[in-house]
Design a protein around this ligand. Sequence first.
Ligand SMILES: NC(=O)c1ccc[n+]([C@@H]2O[C@H](COP(=O)([O-])OP(=O)(O)OC[C@H]3O[C@@H](n4cnc5c(N)ncnc54)[C@H](O)[C@@H]3O)[C@@H](O)[C@H]2O)c1
Length: 338
Amino acid sequence: MSGNNTILITGAGGFLGSLLARALHTDPQTPDIRLVLVDIVEPKAPAGSRAVTIKADLTDPPQVDALFQTEYGIPDTVYCLHGIMSRGSEDNFDFGVKVNVDSVRTVLDAARKYGEQAGQPMKFIFTSSLAVYGGPLPDIIKPDTLATPQSAYGMGKLVDEIFINEYTRRGFVDGRILRLPTIAVRAGAPTAAASSFISGIIREPLQGLPSTCPIGTSADSPELDLALWVASPETTVANFLHARRIPADKFFPHTRVVCLPGFTTTVREEVAALEAVAGPEAVALISFEDDETNKRVVSSWPARFDNAYALALGFQVDEGGMVPIVRRFQAQLRAEEM
Ligand SMILES: NC(=O)c1ccc[n+]([C@@H]2O[C@H](COP(=O)([O-])OP(=O)(O)OC[C@H]3O[C@@H](n4cnc5c(N)ncnc54)[C@H](O)[C@@H]3O)[C@@H](O)[C@H]2O)c1
């Protein structure tokens, strides 16, 4: 792979950004990697890595420009991960657009400018979301399914995608757009994302903590059959690394959008996986409190995709459903306790 092996990650203080930094640092295929880690909260560099950490507000163009001029020189790749999550951008539309659209455009323009200076289109790897889909949808989403978002978050992601595709078509950047499933189980605290409960109903009970599920009124509610399209963090981050390695000519000629592989589960299956791993006492920690807004947003997301194109590009998929993911998360929690 050509380039100077300097990688800029925006949103590097976040959940996936910090996992990505660690994965790049330990990836045997990139032993000489140098990381530029940026977030509005001071990001942490993985222990022993070659990294600069920068606290910056990406809505401010001069701060964005400076990221491309560190001691490591012009990066060959940007992983653009920063953003305001779904519920956050739904509840605060203008702020959501400022971060999820305007600042992404600013980073994209800087990638274009510095890629031109370096003499090679910069790889621009962008995390989009299944939230670009909404309205009437086919049973299975395919690469040619029209994206008609029904949320501010999904709208913002789609606008970004259109820019990245056009910048790629013009040779301004070498874009790779990854539409992510919902990632579960997410470590850390609950978030403003409408999907937060999808991890919360596993994560909190595994730590003996109460958790609220905004879908259904009890563990027997029919609403728990709500289907969800999910992937584990480990598989997703492995797919982020893979996205950088794919030769440009392997993508469809007309779009750089790829729906990363995921699998279909339901809230009920999640609860069953929790019970299988941690027993009924863990399930008893979930309180079911129907929340119409949250339910409306999550129900508008599709839950079944055709993985064929992504798998043909070499991306990975989780095997075995939720139980191995819950077990892995429990093992991580236990390791952290030691
Ligand atoms: N986690 C999921 O289930 C999921 C699903 C689909 C898509 N995605 C996308 O993946 C990306 C990463 O998701 P995540 O779960 O790690 O989110 P996260 O909220 O943990 O991380 C996002 C980071 O962006 C930073 N940020 C926000 N505004 C900023 C600003 N103005 N300047 C600098 N940094 C700013 C935040 O501080 C945060 O650390 C996002 O683009 C998200 O939309 C995530």
